[in-house]
Design a protein around this ligand. Structure first.
Ligand code: SAH
Ligand code: SF4
Ligand code: F3S
Length: 437
């Protein structure tokens, strides 16, 4: 009997991409994917350690799941938490743990496990064992958008922002060779993929350890004309040079939705965070984008309540939010991570005070988003339909070319279509539109 696996992914896009590689590896080794948890013989959790909450969620998911699963089924923890908490996880929580770079080998690892169960129930690989490997492949992950693929261009990170666990769990920066990436992108295009996102913890550093700079790679990928949309994640203000902005401007198929985390608007805090740029430099980049790109949207990541953040520092963050007017912001309360530099910085704020700042920030940001979206009413735009709405079978959801969420009437037959639409209104932070072609 072929064994079935169920996979649940936490954390960032890198993990989503890794999960796709795991599905591929498992199917090559003769395991079948199921979306029904109770049917699975293998439960895989691809985990994140970036904040304490991310780790707590996985543990409580596993605890709550136990009653409804086959008693003989096994639990496999992969990804960053497997690396970060290997000792804790082998203590009765997981049967197997597999570090972040062993995903492409998971089929082989599980195959061996089922052949020889004795004493072989602990398989952790540290990132130190990692040798650069590129194992791209096409998979049929159901929760993925069929016409889109992630393309990992770098692994690891060595920026050591003082709050961040990623360099410890993902190891140093490794850029994959550009000719391999370009060849793979060409293969994707030939198979009908029309949208790709280049992935790395700081993609702007691509090629700094060898090869061509990031903006050249981006240009080459955009040169594959079958791609109607090329995105990239994540950028870092310290390495975001003007050449990148010019390449975005000069290539119609590069996404004009720019994601650039700023984390804090206070220079004192930025220094403590080891971010290596100032608020002035960040605002300068935003100004350059504004002057260079005709139409664009901007999103960001922000941390509130970093150790030592005063009311004044926090106001400086709010000030950047008001000045830049982001279309989307991923906002987080600071979470101390053991092993990072800031773990020992003295925290003066209580959890409640951090949450209060977070809520203030979210309120300011939301009202700006509302104003920005309202300003789009009456415009003609393009959208790509991603899914049938969860609210109604007669509605479909998608994103405009600037990445704003949008709803129109339609059905399953519309999924994957690129439509011309007219924006008619707003429902919460989602645009309401009607098709005009
Ligand atoms: N490589 C990306 C993403 C890193 S993790 C980058 O450099 O931007 C994604 C986001 O999580 C970060 O941008 C940061 O805003 C947030 N984050 C990381 N560590 C955190 C911590 N210890 N507490 C709270 N938020 C954190
Ligand atoms: Fe973490 Fe900084 Fe690297 Fe991003 S750039 S992954 S925040 S250390
Ligand atoms: Fe989390 Fe690892 Fe990504 S810690 S944010 S899943 S790189």
């Amino acid at each position: 009997m072929r064994k079935k696996f169920h996979i649940e992914t936490f954390g960032c896009q890198m993990n989503k991409s890794d999960s796709e590689l795991m599905v591929l590896s498992l199917s090559r080794s003769g395991f079948d994917k199921t979306d029904i948890e109770a049917e699975a013989d293998i439960h895989i959790f691809n985990t994140c350690s970036v904040r304490q909450h991310a780790e707590d969620r996985v543990i409580s998911r596993i605890e709550n799941m136990r009653a409804g699963i086959k008693p003989e089924s096994i639990i496999v923890i992969t990804g960053c938490m497997a690396q970060n908490r290997k000792d804790k996880l082998t203590n009765g929580i997981a049967d197997i743990i597999i570090g972040p770079y062993q995903g492409p080998k998971i089929g082989e690892i599980l195959d061996n496990y089922f052949k020889d169960k004795t004493g072989n129930n602990f398989l952790s690989q540290s990132y130190n064992d990692f040798s650069p490997r590129i194992d791209f492949g096409l998979t049929d992950c159901k929760d993925d958008i069929a016409w889109h693929k992630w393309i990992t261009i770098t692994h690891g990170c060595e920026n050591f922002c003082s709050y961040c666990i990623v360099p410890y769990v993902r190891g140093p920066l490794i850029s994959f060779p550009s000719d391999t990436i370009i060849k793979y992108a060409g293969e994707l295009a030939a198979k009908g993929i029309t949208e790709v996102t280049l992935l790395g913890q700081n993609v702007n550093q691509y090629g700094m350890d060898s090869d061509i700079p990031f903006y050249r790679l981006l240009e080459k990928i955009a040169g594959i004309r079958e791609f109607r949309k090329v995105g990239f994640l994540t950028s870092h203000p310290k390495d975001f040079d003007d050449n990148i902005i010019y390449v975005i401007r000069d290539n119609e198929n590069i996404s004009k939705a720019v994601h650039l985390p700023f984390q804090s608007g206070s220079n004192t805090i930025l220094k403590q965070m080891n971010r290596q740029y100032t608020r002035e430099r960040y605002l300068e980049i935003m100004e350059k984008i504004d002057k260079t790109l005709e139409e664009y949207s901007v999103s960001t990541d922000i941390i509130v309540g970093f150790p030592g953040e005063t009311e004044e520092d926090f106001n400086a963050t709010l000030d950047v939010v008001r000045k830049v007017r982001f279309d989307e912001a991923f906002t987080y309360a600071y979470s101390p991570r053991e092993g990072t530099a800031s773990y020992h910085f003295e925290e003066k704020l209580t959890r409640e005070e951090k949450i209060e700042r977070l809520n203030t920030l979210i309120d300011v940001h939301r009202s700006i988003v509302k104003e920005k979206l309202t300003a789009r009413i009456g415009r003609h735009e393009n959208m790509t339909v991603e899914n049938v709405s969860k609210r109604s079978e007669e509605e479909v959801i998608g994103r405009t070319s600037l990445n704003h969420p949008v709803v129109i009437s339609g059905g399953e037959e519309d999924i994957g279509k690129r439509l011309e639409i007219k924006i008619g209104g707003l429902r919460g932070a989602t645009l309401l539109a009607e098709r005009i072609n």
